[in-house]
Design a protein around this ligand. Structure first.
Ligand SMILES: [Zn+2]
Length: 370
């Protein structure tokens, strides 16, 4: 508190102090995005967050189950929404409350979720949020993202997009396109998923970030949804409501499944073509191709929606399975290359497949020469 020398100022201050103490016993119900019922002032700010209660803080943020005494400057620097909420000049129905000289802002966020974002604002990367060596569990990332969206904390949202963009890439990265790639947590994965059904939650999160132009991780997240059952897609396994795929995205998944299954015989068609037009004159290789095609038909390999899947392993396995009737190395390589080229095309086409704009991979597609 500023000390003033004039006696009059002291008297005025004392008078104000007395008046304020009186008021504090009654007032401090405050505006914010969601008003709550009034409670006794002294208890309203309990429990206080052990770290985020700064002695020199000038704004108290009272969330659900936790309060914080922080600095308006920090909130305003990173969040346009806090900037607006704390703007003294903004006309508002109820003025901001005051407690011990601090503005009081009541919000309806869960205290623990809000604490996560405030920690990131204060200590940046030291908590590990910007350190990819420290993977984040997806449910946790989702909570942080929702708070960051609500308060428009752009650098946190960008980090979420980057982390999920690694798990659901928008460039052709064979090792990261495998169905279920994201659920088998590896040490270098920036996000950890506990079960395969979380892909649909990733889609919903992408829509929460931007409904009309969602971030690019939505495309592969949708692709991962294709293998799921309808009741998983529509009712994923967590308690929060509103986290199932929207009807529109559900329809997208169904139409995309249909379209990809139709493409499958083209993507893997080179092996069928080789039945009619053998690529080499090696007898063992020719009978190898026959067995391969027969085997793939029986296993539904030509009517599979998962066309981005590599067939390298399948082709090599064939050689092991039938050592006498195996593909020659040359043909094996030709098949792998041909299927790979088709997979890249399917990948570049995912924007059309899902009917969502701004698919980054589509932009790098080579232009047909004139
Ligand atoms: Zn051959």
């Amino acid at each position: 508190m500023t000390r003033r020398s004039q006696a009059q100022a002291d008297i005025d201050d004392d008078a104000r102090e007395g008046k304020r103490q009186k008021m504090e016993e009654e007032e401090v119900e405050v505006s914010a995005s969601a008003p709550r019922a009034a409670g006794p002032v002294m208890q309203a700010f309990e429990p206080r967050h052990p770290d985020l209660w700064y002695r020199d803080g000038n704004v108290i943020v009272a969330a659900d189950g936790m309060s914080f005494k922080v600095h308006a400057g920090i909130l305003e620097k990173h969040s346009t929404v806090f900037r607006e909420l704390l703007d003294d000049t903004r006309p508002r129905e109820q003025p901001l409350g005051v407690f011990e000289g601090c503005s009081v802002l009541r919000v309806d966020d869960h205290g623990e979720d809000l604490a996560e974002v405030l920690q990131v604002l204060y200590d940046g990367g030291s908590g590990g949020f910007f350190d990819w060596k420290k993977p984040i569990e997806f449910p946790h990332l989702r909570k942080v993202t929702l708070v960051a969206i609500k308060y428009n904390v752009q650098h946190v949202i960008r980090e979420v997009i980057a982390r999920l963009g690694y798990m659901f890439p928008s460039s052709f990265e064979p090792s990261r396109l495998k169905l279920h790639h994201y659920e088998n947590a590896q040490p270098w994965h920036p996000v950890r998923f506990s079960h395969v059904g979380e892909a649909s939650t990733v889609v919903v999160l992408a829509r929460a970030i931007n409904q009309e132009e969602p971030p690019a991780f939505i495309f592969m997240a949708l692709y991962h949804c294709l293998g799921m059952k309808a009741d998983v897609l529509r009712h994923p396994d967590h308690q929060d409501e509103g986290w199932s795929l929207s009807h529109e995205d559900f329809v997208r998944c169904m139409l995309a499944t249909d379209s990809l299954v139709a493409k499958c015989s083209t993507v893997r068609g080179c092996v069928v073509d080789a039945l009619q037009k053998p690529l080499c004159s090696n007898e063992s290789c020719r009978s190898g191709v026959q067995r391969l095609v027969c085997d793939w038909i029986q296993r539904g390999m030509f009517s599979d929606f998962d066309v981005l899947r590599s067939c390298d392993h399948e082709l090599r396995k064939q050689a092991k399975k039938h050592p006498v009737h195996k593909l020659c190395k040359g043909c094996e390589k030709t098949f792998i290359r041909a299927i790979d080229a088709e997979r890249r095309e399917v990948f570049a086409d995912l924007g059309k497949t899902f009917d969502i704009p701004n698919w980054p991979a589509a932009q790098v597609q080579p232009q047909p020469s004139a």
